[in-house]
Design a protein around this ligand. Structure first.
Ligand code: HEM
Length: 561
């Protein structure tokens, strides 16, 4: 996840107080960075990680940051994993070091250690920028308090209640498509799925999480929906080299200074605007929910559940109004639950569009389940029906394995620790290393994409998209290391694992079912140039057209052929 920190904007010659604040901020920043670089240089001279192997870096200033964050998603990690094993030492800015970890036991140890390993300060700051001081920002005790209050809204029983919303949103998008296709003359149209799905999933999260109707499938005028339009493309994109260095060194700057600089950074105006509009809507919603609860007519949305559990907590454990507002703003629920599902559905559609045989097999499974539902006198799918559809589940699992949209989990050791390994790695001295002692402050990046290609767990063909591995029972799940879904790292694990994973899986299942019962989807020539781009989430883009942002052009036919 990166914030674009392009520094090429021009400074107006006319003096004004804002300009002075910006210049002072820039000077302060440069000074801080110089001191930081000097500190790092001295600090890294004697590293306890000296025996861990990793690639040579061609740049002292940038280390491997470009390979990790500017190349197509996952490629560098796959190469490093193949060459050096499941723990690799890389360089970041000014010779600093970081471990890239895809070893299952090591990841489980780090992610499930309570708060022994913390989210990095820069990632927390991103959480604050996108959602205020909500769950994504909170740490330690505060995080535990936020998480406890939010959990009831995400249980399996709640997810079942959201299914009609997901179906309605997917059907509304399909109706729009049918209208457009019927006017086209040849029974088919090319749709950019990133755009259409983004509207449909925004409506779904709005209704399920807040009982708030963005109505964005048919109407693009809602202020909050407009603020969200293309947010990832506008605010988050692959950072420049300078952006990479600053992101890496920000960890050495006191958080109050970092917050001040970001709050006054005109480049982050889009995020400030979204936060401002989101806060206004959140305040209205809190008042409405409290009112409904007091009248004895509470809704079933996630936010009502949060306000309800908050009211029932002892005063000391309650969230403040500011914290409740933060849960509503973008990252916490809207961001957490919008772009993530949009892109996962896109990747499933991409795979299905390129494999018509698989698509036909799945359509047969959908039709046979529809007959079963009709036989019991009902009309719509339930979570149980999805559960009993082996191919649907295999495709969802394989999509989430092969295309994990949250690529990296950044963590910093909060105390000295020893990381255990599932499989020894060979040290620089040729010795086998079975555990890695690390000191407080050690930084790791957990690689979801590399873990999800682990040959021992997922099979020798782990680098191929093949749903059959799940149908044939070839995936090792018996030693599940705490990952919430299918032994995949896609939703992380432990105290900070994805709170919305059930929601995400049910929404993915629903959109696939509704798409295939209404349409046949097919490849377009541009799909041969698809690139997995690392923005805030892993998004589809077209090689040679990266400046156009996210794109997934798919040909859609009415009916099933
Ligand atoms: C396919 C879809 C999704 C994927 C792959 C995904 C993945 C993740 C991952 C990897 C994390 C941990 C990030 C870290 O610790 O650095 C996370 C956290 C989170 N996710 Fe998701 N997510 C998805 C959908 C959702 C949905 C639908 C919601 C809400 C409706 C949601 C809400 C959250 C929240 C609130 C957190 C922060 C949890 C905490 O810090 O305690 N996510 N997600």
């Amino acid at each position: 996840m990166q914030i674009s920190l392009n520094t090429s904007h021009t400074i107006s010659p006319s003096f004004n107080p804002n300009t002075r604040i910006q210049m002072e901020t820039a000077t302060l920043l440069i000074l801080c960075l110089l001191v930081a670089a000097l500190f790092l240089f001295k600090h890294n001279a004697s590293s306890p990680l000296w025996n861990i192997q990793g690639p040579k870096s061609s740049s002292f200033i940038l280390g491997h940051l470009r390979e990790l964050l500017q190349r197509p998603a996952g490629l560098a990690e796959f190469e490093w994993q193949r060459t050096y094993g499941d723990v690799v030492r890389i360089r970041t800015s000014f010779g600093s070091e970081q471990l890239v970890v895809s070893d299952p036991k090591a990841l489980q140890h780090i992610l499930c250690s309570g708060y022994k390993w913390r989210r990095s300060p820069v990632r927390r700051e991103m959480g604050r920028l996108t959602s205020g001081k909500g769950l994504g920002w909170a740490d330690g005790e505060t995080h535990m308090r936020h998480r406890k209050l939010m959990t009831p809204g995400f249980r399996a029983t709640e997810t079942q209640k959201f299914l009609p919303i997901f179906i309605a949103c997917a059907e509304a998008m399909s109706s729009e498509w049918k209208k457009i296709i019927s006017k086209s003359g040849d029974q088919s149209c090319v749709f950019d799925l990133t755009d259409h799905l983004s509207h449909a999933t925004l409506d779904a999260i709005g209704l399920a999480a807040f009982d708030y109707d963005f109505g964005s499938i048919s109407n693009h005028e809602n202020e909050l929906a407009k603020a969200y339009e293309g947010l990832t493309a506008k605010a988050f994109r692959a950072p420049s080299n300078m952006g990479l260095i600053m992101l890496d060194l920000f960890r050495l700057i006191p958080s109050a200074v970092m917050e001040f600089m970001n709050d006054h950074n005109p480049r982050l105006e889009t995020l400030h605007h979204v936060a401002h509009v989101g806060k206004g809507v959140a305040k209205q919603l809190i008042a409405q929910k409290v009112d409904e609860i007091e009248q004895g007519t509470p809704n079933t949305d996630i936010y009502t559940s949060l306000v309800q559990s908050n009211l029932s907590e002892s005063f000391k454990s309650r969230l403040s109004d500011e914290e409740l507002v933060a849960q509503m703003s973008c990252r916490t629920l809207l961001f957490g639950g919008h772009e993530t599902t949009t892109n996962s559905i896109c990747w499933a559609a991409y795979e299905l569009a390129r494999n018509t045989e698989l698509q036909d097999q799945l359509r047969t499974e959908i039709k046979s389940t529809e007959r079963k539902i009709a036989d019991r006198g009902e009309f719509e799918f339930t979570l149980n029906d999805y559960e009993e559809m082996p191919l649907l589940n295999a495709i969802c699992k394989e999509t989430l394995r092969f295309h994990p949209i949250a690529l990296h989990l950044f963590r910093t050791a909060n105390e000295d620790d020893v990381i255990p390994l599932s499989k020894p790695i060979v040290g620089k001295t040729g010795q086998l290393i079975t555990e890695i002692p690390v000191s407080k402050g050690t930084r790791i990046v957990g690689s979801c994409s590399a873990y999800n290609r682990n040959l021992t767990i997922f099979g020798e063909d782990a680098h191929e998209f093949n749903p059959n591995r799940w149908l044939e029972g070839r995936v090792k799940t018996e030693n599940n290391l705490g990952f919430p879904y299918a032994n995949l790292a896609t939703f992380a694990a432990g105290a900070r694992s994805c709170i919305g994973w059930r929601f995400a899986v049910a929404e993915l299942q629903t959109f696939i079912v509704v798409l295939l019962r209404n349409f046949a989807i097919r490849d377009t020539p541009k799909l041969t140039r698809i690139r997995r781009e690392s923005a805030l989430t892993m998004v589809p883009a077209i090689e040679g057209e990266l400046d156009k942002g996210t794109q997934l052009p798919i040909r859609v036919y009415l009916g099933d052929s």
